[in-house]
Design a protein around this ligand. Structure first.
Ligand code: GMT
Length: 372
């Protein structure tokens, strides 16, 4: 098959999933064309069957706002024609699914039929979906796609709750390439932050409000008031300054390290003992799955799709959003006893294996084939 993939090329989970999916399809022998405004962070263009088409938006003095969606639509039409693509898979409803719909109509007038798959990732539904100015476009784009997938049962439910969706939505969960974690273990990175057996707690996110990174700091300070520990905060985003302020207020600064955006997330996780993800909501929580794949148990909130990923009392623990005391208590339970920590680490790995790409990629491949 010749597959087009449209995604946000940034560090966000939807871009990561889209990129990994494309790379796996390419490894299976399909020709994969990524169409987006810059090269996705995990996209290795030296691999066979992988192509990248950049969407370049010029700055016209006439426009206060650049018309990205229109430029994307034109690019889609030209790439689909030139490369004779069989299928287009867009990740994120706004503006990718609506641009894809417009491209499909343009191609139809040239006698070209192209099926469109739209994968919903969460923030397009749970956050943007609450903004009434987007609602008619999101509803339309979902209803007009040839197939729609959601990354969790919870997101599927939210989609039907927020929008007048009159079509089938399939759940295909996010996945993980366990090979990438196979030979990783403790490295010198751990000694840099936590000598001896001091437990290392970690959080990875884009530091948006929805991630509740302040709760991460509060839980960590609670842990720190009972045992020696260090916290690694990986990522960057709008809440970073407020989080730094909170660290100072709580007097925990010396034990908290801000690592910013990193290309070494797998190595950092493989050196950590506990992952915190207290989000207001997560459609899935790819960051938690990556932690589990590295054998790191997860203390998370129980909102959105997180209970489908993190199993309470097995791969970690789940608490209500904002239950800092509960999260601290569970964190201490895991960190205070080496046997418990080892048991949870093994169970976290076993839980991650349920989302191995070998289980999930065939579901996307079968979906594509059903549309051709
Ligand atoms: O979480 C974010 O802020 C990024 C966002 C995205 O669109 O990349 O992540 C969403 O999609 C990920 C991949 O499917 C999911 O793992 C995240 O849970 C989801 N984020 C939210 O629902 C807040």
């Amino acid at each position: 098959m010749k597959i087009g993939i449209v995604c946000y090329p940034t560090y966000g989970g939807s871009g990561v999933v889209a990129t990994e999916l494309g790379l796996e399809m390419a490894a299976l022998g399909h020709e994969v064309h990524f169409i987006t405004y810059s090269q996705p962070v995990r996209l290795d263009l030296s691999l066979p069957n992988v192509f990248f088409h950049e969407v370049v938006v010029s700055d016209y003095p006439l426009f206060d706002y650049s018309p990205y969606e229109l430029v994307l639509t034109s690019k889609l039409v030209s790439v689909i024609k030139e490369q004779a693509l069989d299928i287009l898979h867009v990740h994120y409803a706004i503006p990718h699914a609506s641009a894809a719909y417009m491209a499909k109509q343009i191609l139809k007038s040239d006698g070209i039929e192209l099926p469109i798959v739209c994968t919903l990732h969460g923030t397009d539904i749970t956050l943007l979906g609450k903004d009434s100015s987007f609602e008619p476009v999101i509803t339309f784009a979902i209803n007009k796609s040839d197939a729609v997938t959601a990354v969790s049962e919870s997101l599927k439910k939210d989609t039907f709750n927020h929008f007048a969706v009159n079509r089938r939505v399939d759940v295909i969960p996010n996945f993980i390439n366990l090979e990438r974690y196979k030979n990783l273990g403790r490295s010198e990175l751990r000694l840099q932050y936590a000598q001896d057996d001091i437990p290392l707690v970690v959080h990875v996110s884009n530091f948006r409000k929805v991630k509740r990174v302040q709760d991460v700091v509060k839980v960590f300070c609670g842990i720190r008031s009972k045992i020696e520990a260090r916290l690694l905060l990986v990522g960057d985003g709008p809440e970073r300054y407020n989080v730094e302020q909170l660290c100072r207020q709580q007097g925990c600064c010396a034990d908290i390290h801000f690592l910013g955006k990193s290309d070494r997330v797998e190595e950092i996780l493989s050196n950590s003992d506990l992952f915190l993800l207290p989000s207001e909501t997560e459609s899935f929580g790819l960051a938690a799955l990556e932690a589990m794949a590295a054998g790191v148990p997860v203390i998370s909130s129980n909102s959105g799709g997180l209970p489908e990923v993190n199993e309470h009392g097995y791969s970690g623990y789940l608490c209500n959003v904002g239950d800092v005391a509960g999260m601290t208590e569970h964190a201490l339970e895991v960190l205070s006893n080496p046997d418990t920590m080892r048991k949870f680490s093994e169970q976290a790995k076993a839980q991650a294996a349920r989302f191995s790409l070998h289980e999930i990629i065939p579901q996307y491949e079968a979906l594509y084939r059903s549309l051709l």
